[in-house]
Design a binder for this molecule. Structure first.
Ligand SMILES: Nc1ncnc2c1ncn2[C@@H]1O[C@H](COP(=O)(O)OP(=O)(O)OP(=O)(O)O)[C@@H](O)[C@H]1O
Ligand SMILES: [Mg+2]
Length: 228
């Protein structure tokens, strides 16, 4: 059973077919780069996998189950989506504690994930005053709160400083090494090339290329050729 399965996913928004009969899997212990031009349907696909958008056709599963059928989903899958909204008046620590309580988790993980994303020093400031990169770190901390085995990340490096990007690469590599599955959308090919095992490239909603990456692969060439 795959950690993530997308099976003939399609999504129509009125006349626009945002995702078109898309199928792929992500295995435990691997990182999949999910690539495609602006508007290709990446975010829509990730939202369908997370049960936030209902597919017009097809289905998605995490560990063999639809997201909505997972028990304690926060412990199965963590997600960082575009434009994550946090309550501006809460501190990062309070935000994470509220979530931990709602999910029936102890507060012990809160300090741990704040340390992981290097947000401990700012943890007691209001999120409304956070910079873009700090919000992105908090989104990652939120995704990791339930210690899930699957991570779904939509442009997670957006706004991160060079040290943060370096940290994220190392973190994801270690996470996959310990058996985690990662599906990550990005436009920064040079960054993802260093850690991805597999690439899924879509254009106008449909799969145009799926490949295993080897040390010899030039991801930029592969991408440009596939999306030409
Ligand atoms: N809620 C919505 N209502 C109508 N159309 C939508 C909606 N969400 C997405 N779309 C359309 O679906 C298509 C795919 O959008 P999506 O956000 O999935 O692309 P993307 O690959 O994530 O792009 P980017 O790289 O810019 O983030 C676009 O044509 C977009 O306009
Ligand atoms: Mg997107």
């Amino acid at each position: 059973m795959s950690a993530i399965t997308a099976s003939h996913l399609s999504k129509d928004y009125g006349d626009v077919r945002a995702v078109d009969d898309l199928s792929f899997t992500v295995e435990s212990g691997t990182i999949t780069a999910f690539l495609g031009p602006n508007g290709a349907g990446k975010t829509t696909t990730l939202r369908m996998i997370l049960g936030l958008v209902t597919p017009t056709e097809g289905a998605a599963a995490i560990d063999g189950r639809a997201y909505t059928e997972l028990e304690k989903p926060i412990t199965k899958v963590g997600a960082v989506l575009e434009a994550t909204a946090f309550h501006p008046a809460l501190t990062a620590r309070t935000h994470l504690r509220v979530l931990a309580t709602a999910a029936g988790l102890g507060h012990a993980r809160v300090g741990h994930v704040l340390d992981l994303v290097d947000l401990a020093d700012a943890a007691d400031r209001k999120v409304g005053h956070y910079s873009l990169g700090m919000r992105q770190r908090l989104a990652l901390a939120t995704a990791l709160l339930g210690d899930p085995g699957v991570l779904i990340l939509d442009e997670p490096a957006n706004g991160l400083d060079p040290a943060g990007i370096h940290w994220l690469r190392g973190f994801l590599r270690a996470y996959a090494h310990e058996g985690g599955a990662v599906l990550v959308s990005t436009h920064v090919l040079t960054e993802i090339q260093q850690i991805a095992d597999q690439v899924v490239i879509i254009a106008r909603g449909a799969l145009v290329r799926q490949a295993t990456l080897t040390s010899g692969t030039n991801l930029e060439d592969l991408y440009l050729e596939a999306t030409r």
